[in-house]
Design a protein around this ligand. Structure first.
Ligand code: SAM
Length: 241
């Protein structure tokens, strides 16, 4: 059984004592069923990962004693994924998979054919934390606030390369990734991009349309596939010594 990992956003330092209250304490005692003396890892984006020991368990509280740092803080080598929000259960699934696949940041874009609101970002952020704890990464990607397509396109940093998954055609994604360094990604909504949106994207500096093959993929499939290919071509290369 692997040592449990907990994302703990407050400061972590050698010898510190950490007190967890409420749901986090309940999770240790009743979900992980840990007892005093149990070992854990605590991590956050700024401080990296630290060894910890469960020192005491109360009804709704837990006290952890920190030992030494086991991994220095490290950003995740992954793209920013821009996606158009879609139905809740599939979106929950995509956020979890994107975190496992090393996404650096998640940016919801509102296009003309957006059909759902991002009604509960707190739930998605909790899913991102759990996925980060499970997969061993040291950061929890930020889920940005939704931004309308036009505002996003006008404000984006055109020096950053971006590949947009274009079901209308484009370069094979593997070829584009091999040429583009470590670009960001954009996938569309269930109803696709409008012709107007596609034209604006194809005209924009730094943006390239790419195909994911001849089949029409669901929005969440396209995002997952693009992330997996990104890691296979850009990610491991960046991580391997
Ligand atoms: N135009 C699609 C249709 O005719 O059903 C609707 C959009 S598709 C369900 C959702 C999104 O996934 C698209 O906007 C695109 O970003 C991406 N996508 C799906 N299949 C793709 C493919 N073969 N190549 C590139 N992107 C694709």
């Amino acid at each position: 059984l692997t040592t449990p990992r907990l994302h703990y956003p407050e400061g972590l330092a050698e010898g510190a004592s950490v007190r967890l209250e409420g749901p986090r304490a309940h999770y240790l005692a009743h979900v992980l069923r840990l007892r005093p003396g149990a070992r854990l890892w605590l991590f956050n984006d700024e401080d990296g990962e630290w060894a910890a020991t469960l020192a005491a368990l109360g009804r709704q509280s837990a006290t952890l004693e920190l030992g030494r740092q086991v991994r220095a803080a490290a950003a995740e080598t992954g793209p920013v994924l821009h996606f158009v929000p879609f139905r809740r259960n599939r979106l929950d699934w995509l956020v979890e998979k994107a975190v496992e696949l090393g996404v650096a940041r998640l940016v919801p874009i509102l296009t003309e054919r957006t059909v759902v609101k991002l009604e509960n970002p707190a739930r998605l952020r909790a899913i991102a934390v759990e996925a980060a704890e499970q997969c061993g990464r040291l950061t929890v990607p930020e889920l940005a606030d939704p931004v309308p397509f036009g505002n996003w396109l006008a404000a984006r940093d055109s020096s950053r390369k971006l590949l947009f998954a274009d079901e209308g055609g484009g370069a094979p994604i593997a070829t584009a990734l091999a040429e583009a360094g470590q670009p960001d990604l954009l996938t569309g909504p269930e109803g696709g991009f409008t012709e107007r949106e596609r034209t604006l994207l194809l005209r924009a500096d730094g943006i390239t349309g790419v195909t994911l093959g001849s089949r029409i993929l669901r929005a969440e499939t396209a995002a997952l596939a693009a992330l997996a290919v990104w890691q296979a071509i850009c990610g491991f290369a960046a991580e391997s010594p």
